[in-house]
Design a protein around this ligand. Structure first.
Ligand SMILES: Nc1ncnc2c1ncn2[C@@H]1O[C@H](COP(=O)(O)OP(=O)(O)O)[C@@H](O)[C@H]1O
Ligand SMILES: [Mg+2]
Length: 213
């Protein structure tokens, strides 16, 4: 059923999840380089963002001057995600391509659900509506003590609104990611993000290669 299939045939959808500073962007770039080297067409995108609407939503979500309550925060992420799935992810998968996304729906379930305490059923229902049920075949979870992640991210420059939130919040987010991963072991690759970059890149490439169509 084109347009609403959970996995459009032919493509491969991979998401990267984990806290700020875990190494998502680093590993995503390494995977993209590997795919390139193997002549695999791929699309790299990120949440929030990836479309003109998503970029505007991203500016709002990451603006340190704004206070955004948990429900509107989740709805903004969902708006960005819905547009990204329609305009970018699903079309690329339907062309048989590989899509790599820096954060996807699991981030909402972990941050707005586990972290902010929004009802998991509500989040699941709106997420299914926003994505048409599109779920990655592989989700790389870079698991890291939030204190280490925040320290790494801080070295990159000014903390954004998410990075300023307290450590307890980030600990709940970490636990929520691990709970999501435990519920879907076939989809998730859980990696200890304190391992060196090369080791992580090898493990991720193995998992991706095994799922390539
Ligand atoms: N495996 C690793 N070990 C140590 N530091 C790392 C590792 N991977 C990335 N880093 C460093 O941590 C910081 C955050 O990495 P980044 O890829 O931007 O994380 P994220 O996208 O998850 O926020 C960067 O300074 C990066 O060089
Ligand atoms: Mg990043």
């Amino acid at each position: 059923m084109t347009g609403t299939a959970t996995h459009p045939s032919g493509g491969l959808f991979i998401s990267f999840e984990g806290p700020e500073g875990a190494g998502k962007s680093t590993q995503l770039a390494r995977l993209a380089t590997q795919l390139q080297a193997h002549g695999r067409a791929h699309t790299v995108t990120r949440e929030p963002g990836g479309t003109p609407l998503g970029l505007r939503v991203r500016e709002v979500l990451l603006d340190p001057a704004l206070t955004i309550d948990p429900l509107p925060e989740f709805l903004l992420y969902s708006a960005s995600r819905a547009q990204l799935v329609r305009n970018v992810i699903r079309p690329a998968l339907e062309r048989g391509g590989v899509v790599i996304c820096d954060r996807y729906a699991d981030s909402s379930l972990a941050y707005q659900g586990g972290g902010r305490g929004l009802n998991a059923d509500l989040l699941g229902q709106i997420t299914r509506e926003a994505t048409g049920g599109l779920t990655p075949q592989l989700t790389v979870l870079l698991d890291l003590d939030p204190a280490v992640g925040l320290e790494r991210a801080a070295r990159r420059g000014q903390p954004d609104r998410l990075e300023q939130a307290d450590l307890d919040f980030h600990r709940r987010v970490r636990q929520a990611f691990l709970t999501l991963a435990a519920a879907e072991p076939a989809r998730f690759l859980i990696l200890d993000a304190t391992q060196d970059e090369d080791t992580l890149a090898d493990l991720i490439w193995q998992a991706a290669q095994a799922r390539l169509p």
